[in-house]
Design a protein around this ligand. Structure first.
Ligand SMILES: C[S@@+](CC[C@H](N)C(=O)[O-])C[C@H]1O[C@@H](n2cnc3c(N)ncnc32)[C@H](O)[C@@H]1O
Length: 288
């Protein structure tokens, strides 16, 4: 894998990307991030899945999180995963061969789920809303497919929390400003998760955050920090929003690479999670 392959790392149209295998591999790497592991474990504790329940994972990717949760549903449970990418779905299905319960992944759109209303006990979505143009439509769709009193779990990154420290405060400020700016996608959706759940009519049960940090990276060995984009890609983002001029691009990249070689490099990024419930519809009170 070279720096060009980790350049864009966009998940809007995975199947059209010439580096599709890198996109899939990056999901394995980000699944191993400490922050991801902590939030998935937190989610599992708060969902309190029961045998026989039905779970839908929207933007399921490789299906790894859904597969772990499937273990809590017993043989009578059911897991469905929906993802816009055929490549993701095929890999997810092949990894799920040993699941105890019924588990099926299919291609679909988070903003227009091909699922009946009120079918699922639990709907989850992880790091997918940030790739959508209308995350609020997707959350409303997820809520629609939940039973009354069903649980909704949202996990997502907020790229406005991204910090790069190479001992240069001016460079750090330019990076922070560039990452704060949303372009063409909901990259700062992490901090909006609670508001999205509330807007969809849910009650929030719990929320939390986890921060991923990178303190070691050798740019001569791997083209990008683990599970992340390359510094060329970051430089292009800065140029895009006017925080860097094209003439400064190479300097920016070599400053960051030198800092990483000298051990004076760190990056951090915060992810958010929320578990909420849909309203319980009470039976009408009997008349006297
Ligand atoms: C960053 S990956 C996260 C995958 C997985 N949820 C995880 O956390 O490992 C984002 C996923 O969202 C999918 N995606 C993007 N747009 C989508 C849409 N409109 N509907 C459904 N899935 C979508 C991508 O194909 C990709 O698999």
């Amino acid at each position: 894998m070279d720096a060009e392959q980790t350049h864009g790392l966009g998940y809007e149209r995975v199947d059209d990307d010439p580096n599709v295998s890198v996109l899939l591999g990056t999901m394995d790497a980000t699944g191993e991030w400490e922050a991801t592991r902590r939030l998935r474990a937190w989610e599992r504790r708060h969902l309190r899945l029961r045998a026989g329940e039905r779970l839908l994972d929207v933007g399921c990717g490789l299906g790894d999180a859904a597969r772990v949760l499937a273990a809590d549903l017993g043989e009578t449970g059911e897991v469905r995963g929906v993802d816009a990418s055929h490549e993701m779905v095929v890999t997810a299905q092949s990894r799920a061969r040993d699941a105890r319960c019924s588990i099926r992944f299919s291609v679909g759109d988070a903003e227009a789920l091909d699922e009946p209303a009120g079918r699922y006990d639990v709907v989850r979505s992880e790091r997918t809303l940030q790739w959508l143009r209308r995350p609020e439509v997707a959350v409303a769709e997820m809520t629609r497919t939940l039973v009354a009193g069903g649980r909704l779990s949202l996990i997502d990154t907020d790229w406005s929390t991204f910090r790069l420290d190479v001992g240069d405060s001016r460079l750090a400020a330019r990076v922070a400003e560039a990452m704060r700016t949303e372009r063409r996608r909901a990259s700062n959706v992490g901090r909006e998760l609670t508001a999205l759940a509330l807007a969809a009519g849910c009650t929030v049960v719990a929320d939390t955050t986890a921060t991923q940090t990178w303190e070691k990276w050798n740019p001569d060995v791997s083209p990008a920090p683990d599970g992340c984009f390359s510094m060329s890609s970051l430089a292009d983002d800065l140029i895009d929003v006017g925080q860097l001029s094209p003439a400064e691009r190479d300097d920016f990249i070599s400053t960051v690479h030198s800092a990483a070689r000298n051990g004076s490099f760190s990056m951090e990024l915060t992810m958010f999670a929320v578990v909420a419930t849909t309203p319980v519809v009470r039976p009408p009170t009997a008349r006297a």
